[in-house]
Design a protein around this ligand. Structure first.
Ligand code: APR
Length: 221
């Protein structure tokens, strides 16, 4: 089983949230990725998501994404909404924080899946009812998609090895998968350029960029 965070996409050119360059117009993710921020200023929140969609549209999966996609029998859970694991060929990715390429109507719930970037206008409107669309991602204070989260917890309880790749392990409940797996007997193997909140739980800590470490590490598993 693998749990990935923004760090696995850093070498594909997508800024992480809490490292250098993580801010957008001096806003942190915590300032914008909330229902309150969206209710207050949907246009501003969409400007940030559209900025990210444009960056992500230019990004390609790196060797770490590709190595995970090539490794059979691995349950892949990601906090990332960039879709790079899917582009690399991973199937059945458990996207516990949703998908930036999905837009959901706040009125009728209709979902639009496309890679339109930049969007022609903010906020985008529902093609069915004309309601305001929101990004199809999980915001701070919101619940995770129940079926996906249940599958992620189940995988954590059954994992023999949990690869923790490129996450600061600061955001819950996602980060809770790590102690859950450890308590159930999994070996925790972390890949990060620096120590994180998961490091003290890790049985192995491999310091360095994911694209350099993950391919060889998977080959050794
Ligand atoms: N290789 C491996 N790790 C890296 C690399 C790299 N090339 N570059 C950065 N990292 C590590 C950083 O050291 C950091 O520990 O990736 C981690 C990125 O941490 P965050 O920016 O906090 O991203 P993440 O852990 O995914 O955030 C979790 O927070 O904002 C919310 O919903 C959002 O899913 C996100 C969640």
């Amino acid at each position: 089983m693998a749990l990935t965070g923004a760090g696995i996409s850093a070498e594909s050119g997508i800024p992480t949230f809490r490292g250098a360059g993580g801010l957008w117009r001096n806003f942190r993710a915590e300032d914008l990725a909330t229902p309150q921020a969206f209710a207050r200023d949907p246009k501003l929140v969409w400007e940030w998501y559209d900025w990210r969609r444009v960056k992500i549209a230019e990004a390609v999966p790196n060797a770490a994404h590709r190595a995970l996609a090539a490794h059979e029998g691995l349950t892949l859970i990601t906090q990332n909404v960039d879709g790079l694991h899917d582009l690399a060929g991973s199937r059945d990715v458990l996207k516990i924080h949703g998908d930036i390429w999905t837009r959901r109507c706040t009125q009728c719930g209709h979902e639009t899946h496309d890679r339109v970037a930049p969007l022609p206008a903010y906020p985008p409107l529902c093609p069915k009812c004309g309601g305001i669309q929101r990004p199809g991602v999980v915001w701070f204070g919101e619940g995770l998609p129940g079926d996906v989260w249940d599958a992620a917890e189940d995988a954590a309880r059954r994992a023999r090895v949990l690869l923790v790749i490129g996450t600061s392990a600061q955001v819950y409940p996602a980060a809770g998968l790590i102690p859950l797996a450890k308590r159930a007997g999994a070996k925790i193997v972390e890949v990060n350029i620096e120590r994180s909140a998961a490091s003290e739980m890790a049985d192995e800590f491999h310091q360095g960029p994911a694209s350099e470490i993950v391919p060889g590490l998977l080959a050794s598993l």
